[in-house]
Write a protein of this length. Sequence first.
Lengths: 532, 532
Amino acid sequence: MKIPTQDVTASTSWHHLADLAARPFALNNPDALVRGDRLESMVCRSAGLKLLFATQRVDHEVVKALADYADEHQLVEQFRAMRRGAVLNRIEGWESENRQVLHTSCRDLFSVRPADPASAEQARREFDKLRFFLEEVDAGVVQGAHGQPFETILNVGIGGSDLGPRATYEALRSFAVKGRSARFIANVDPDDASAQLSGLNLARTLVTVVSKSGSTLETLTNETLVREAFYRAGLDPARHFIAVTGAGSPMDNPEHYLRSFYMFDYIGGRYSTTSMVGCVLLGFCLGVEQLSEFLRGAHAMDEAAEASAIGDNMPLMLAMLGLWNRNFLGYPTLAILPYSQALHRFAAHLQQCDMESNGKSITRTGAPVSMPTGPVIWGEPGTNGQHAFYQLMHQGSEVVPVEFIGFLNPQRGQDMVVRGTNSQQKLIANLLAQAVAFAVGRNHTNPNKRFVGNRPSSIIIGERLNPRLMGALLALYEAKIVLQGFGWNINSFDQEGVELGKALAGQFMRQMSEDGTESSTLEARLLSLLTN
Amino acid sequence: MKIPTQDVTASTSWHHLADLAARPFALNNPDALVRGDRLESMVCRSAGLKLLFATQRVDHEVVKALADYADEHQLVEQFRAMRRGAVLNRIEGWESENRQVLHTSCRDLFSVRPADPASAEQARREFDKLRFFLEEVDAGVVQGAHGQPFETILNVGIGGSDLGPRATYEALRSFAVKGRSARFIANVDPDDASAQLSGLNLARTLVTVVSKSGSTLETLTNETLVREAFYRAGLDPARHFIAVTGAGSPMDNPEHYLRSFYMFDYIGGRYSTTSMVGCVLLGFCLGVEQLSEFLRGAHAMDEAAEASAIGDNMPLMLAMLGLWNRNFLGYPTLAILPYSQALHRFAAHLQQCDMESNGKSITRTGAPVSMPTGPVIWGEPGTNGQHAFYQLMHQGSEVVPVEFIGFLNPQRGQDMVVRGTNSQQKLIANLLAQAVAFAVGRNHTNPNKRFVGNRPSSIIIGERLNPRLMGALLALYEAKIVLQGFGWNINSFDQEGVELGKALAGQFMRQMSEDGTESSTLEARLLSLLTN
């Protein structure tokens, strides 16, 4: 597939959007929301989720113009090409990773004709290996070194090898097989490992060490700490440790690990939750059936992201509304606010997935971008946030677009009526009330009780946060991020911006271990300032 | 104390800063950091913490101008007046809360002459009640309804009654008395309560219900759910529940609670961690001695915030550097990045404390502000973030100022050398490396490997995150936020922006409970969209 060379801001559809942005829809006009069928017509459905966007600052003309933008720049065609193996992780004319982008193949296991047969076959092979392994664990064929069954899975990984699996586990832990749970060590901070190991019954613990290269410094360090704990407990780590890594990496070694599950170079860490990176842990905790449901939900959303019409393509709609807010209305951040405590780490995952993908300043041909790219992503669950940072969102000087996420039913089914409504109803009532309050605002004689309104949001709604909808939700955002990156013509799949810090950290570590050989360098002076 | 009426942007010192901002210090010039004694001279020490700010885009002339700004607008004088009982929670000429602001009195227990004797006396009375109660708990005089000692404290509260206590508990849990721990229910999401109650031994659980008004809907609802669980377990809640509330509130009722501890109207929720809101829970978990250390640390920082010279006043320095970044360099967000896993919820607390305080658009005389106020605050622990969102911070189109927080020693003391350094050294090396990388950047022929640099940060360093330094850190940010609010001449102590959402949520709940009496309202149409 050819990488587009045109500056997107020079395109016809960009100019049209810029014209429309001179008079964006005013949400705070009287009756703005209730007039006609605005509410009912601004709805988009995909893979069991519903998107309501009447509280965005768009009218149907803007939505049409956003669709035209997607068409002119062939965003959906690029997504289709991506799923079929196009080499889209590259910068044309410069040294770059030069790889395919095929995280979607991890869940393309359910049809006779997968989009990219070769990678889908690799995914199926790993999935079958995992299923077989989990059957052995369930049957007690595979046990800990002291002959005890496994109860806890301890994940040692950082970044993409931590955030997605952790957010998904937290989202679905109420569906866990009885007696099974997960813990996570990510930070090189020794207090992280120490806290997570505390009170853990190692004899019943499976450890997954997750690193594609097999050389991530934090992960290797923490693996060493955890192995030490196993040795001290008289347990052979090779009976407890699983490697999730690239084939042939230093970690791909049956002498040290019970099993190796493979990651492939066409899947970036932040898109790897549905690969073995997430599946080993989720399969152990949820069982293979529920894991399959999770993958089915993600696959259904991938299919939806190929729909040509924006009204049928929720990831595209979300991506284009984001582009409108970022580039034409000029908002620098995006808050993701799930009204679901189970999603309490989902914004942290999306922070990585979005900001690492689209926090870029050059196009796919190496030219400086001519518009702002990825926003700062942040968020915490509602209703908690309402009692925290919503003050600024209602009355502060910064406009913060919002993506609300909510579900009609609780996961656990324990609820009761207090003052006329149950808790789940209160939760949904608050979500809707906030979207309306941000949009409509309120006039008042007292300036401190005035709300200007006109603050845009979208509402994503599902029946109940189960494995299938969690898969759909995860894939919705993965596809949104990718489509938005195509819209900016940037490479959403590399992360060169993390390299400089790594190199400089190495210099500081050398200074620390070589202990004062040089005293006038920047490193030495900064270190000496810390201690004096 | 008179509220200033002048528009701060019309002041001499504002104009001077605006002039200086035309040519801010370039951190990415060769040798910018190492030239002269820049590194060593840009250090500020208060209450056991050290602030390094050579990686901010300031020179000594800007620091002087920021100090002049603080002087012209009498920021420290206002802070002193606040601690001495001035009525600073008000909007001049308009109906407002009209209250004193005396959270600092909660820790003003250690001198014979507290800054505000009346409120310090009230604080001491509550502290003594708490100490006496905890002695009874320790001695087994107070036990659960089945005669078992208390092991877990379950906090039911939201916003300020949750985030500060939770962040502090997480920060200090490695100092907990053996066998004691805390859990938290905040969200009205029924899955939150259900998850927290799961596996909890209620017979050994103390419950603190925290609400100043005694009428917070989420908290009342969750309290009802938790009481039900106690009834089902055959336990009398009155033997397990503690009220932390305003004297005379509906919750201040000995028939329903074992004890009442009081909150006062001169302490806002987001500033209440050192009041009984945090102290009951922290005292139970950490013991009275360590709780006192925590309060001593906070008090020491309050004292430091009264220093006239900006170089001796870390909260003021941090506040003014923030003003510079926000108003003169124009950055809309601030990332708080603790290199300490124990601080993993600290940014969430500061998100509330800062954004609810300074997310305002009118001055203290009710006029519209003429400059941006509080930024969006966000953050996650490093090194985790390095593998997540740092890509955008290094190479994205948005500049994100940073406040790094780090400690020289781990809390738990379990560490080992891997590849020449131990984990704590790796952690500190990474923190310093990131500050340098953001500042200095890197040139490269490949545009994708280029870092423009010039991205500002501060570094806050302490010896070890213990109760005393955690108190200092908490009070550092409380004082920073307050001083910054004075600098913008806004009221940092009210939160009118949360009221509209509450009112509208009430309308949705009525629609839900009265079940379809009206079908054409906004509320009815939105609710019907969710289910159809």
